[in-house]
Structures are given as C-alpha cells and as structure tokens.
Design a protein around this ligand. Structure first.
Ligand code: 5GP
Length: 192
C-alpha cells in the first residue's frame, strides 16, 4: 500500500503501512462505543501509558460518550532498543489516587505482556473498584505473561511497528497510520 501524500516526509523505504488511518479510526470508534455501553452510569478513569498510547487515547476518548477522568503514567521497558528487558520501572507515577475508581488502562501495544502485567498488579494493589485494559494493538505470538484484555483494536504479526504514537528511538510517533519498520531486528523475548 502506498503512503498517504501528507506523510511525504516519511517516504522511507523501510516503512510499510500495516493499518491505515481510516481503518484505525473506524475500529477505535467501535471500541469507544463498546466502552460507552459497558460503563453506562459510571465515570471511567482512563490511565494512559505514556508515551506511545497518547495518540490512541486522544482518538478513543472522542468516542466515549460518558463523563471520564484521565491520568498518565510513564514506564520504561524498551528504552530506545527493540528488545524487552523484562524490567519495568515507573518513570512518572499517576497524579491521582486510584482508590474506588473504575480504572481503564489505555495501552498502545501488548507484546510480551510484561509491562501490562506489572501495571495491572501495581494498580490492583491501589484499591481500584474495577480494572480493565484496552490496547490498540496485540502481538499474541510474543506473549510471555498472559494478561486479561477487555478491549482490543487489532491483532498484528510479530513485526516491529511504528506510527500512531509508537516510536523507534522516539521517531515516527506522528505517522497517522501504523507501519512496519523493516530492517529492525526484534529479539526473541524468550532468549536469555
Ligand atoms: P511488553 O511489556 O508487552 O513486551 O511491551 C509493551 C511495550 O513495548 C509497549 O508499550 C511498547 O512501548 C513496546 N513495544 C512492543 N512492541 C513494540 C513494537 O512493535 N513497536 C514499538 N514501537 N514498541 C513496541
């Protein structure tokens, strides 16, 4: 598939569109509608995992027709590389308490599951009323830890993807689509 005109500065031969903008927006609208139905009468507290999930969050909340509140957390897992360390560290913690709240964690991509597994356990220990996860992308083939996912945008193959918030060395987050970045070697998470 060819790149949209407006992304001409990204005419990089190593980039191949995987999910185009229209498809992303359509699916995210469906997720928003599902969340709106499921949380009727409640005020979900959306916790966005920085930085990758911000673009997804911004699109998703426009389709949630309920009062919502937002908070942000930043964790380090990948750094600038393409290999997961297995270690998760909170770089920026939440501003508000989660106690008694219906928390919906908004994540960009679920890969090995290590990040969300850590965050889920961490948030459950903070006295939430309920906890669910919404992820835009899911790479089932690389899972090391099973994490319950309430809402999922797309299953994708085992490739390194960028765009729509996702980066490689902090670049490409502003691509309006999800693309495979070719010629990037992604380590097998099971290798020592
Ligand atoms: P996990 O802990 O599930 O292995 O990894 C989750 C995090 O790894 C994501 O939030 C994201 O930051 C990063 N990640 C995993 N796969 C990819 C990918 O294909 N592209 C990018 N840009 N980041 C990824």
């Amino acid at each position: 598939m060819s790149l949209p005109e407006r992304a001409s500065e990204f005419q990089n031969p190593d980039i191949e569109v995987l999910i185009d903008e229209a498809t992303l927006k359509r699916r995210i609208a469906e997720l928003g509608a599902e969340i709106t139905r499921d949380y009727a009468g409640k005020t979900p507290h959306l916790v966005c995992v920085l930085k990758g999930a911000v673009v997804f969050l911004a699109e998703l909340i426009r389709h949630i027709d309920l009062p919502i509140t937002l908070d942000f957390i930043a964790v380090s897992s990948y750094g600038d590389a393409t290999k997961t360390s297995g270690e998760v560290r909170i770089v920026k913690d939440l501003d508000e308490s989660l106690a008694g709240r219906d928390v919906l964690v908004v994540e960009d991509i679920l890969d090995t599951g290590l990040t969300l597994n850590y965050l889920r356990n961490n948030f459950l220990s903070r006295g939430v009323k309920s906890l669910r996860i919404v992820t835009l992308l899911n790479k089932p083939s690389r899972r090391l830890v099973e994490v319950p996912i309430a809402y999922k945008g797309f299953d994708i193959p085992d490739a390194f993807v960028v765009g729509f918030g996702l980066d490689y060395a902090q670049r490409y987050r502003n691509l309006p689509f999800v693309a495979v970045l070719k010629n990037v070697s992604v380590e097998d998470p099971r290798s020592p």
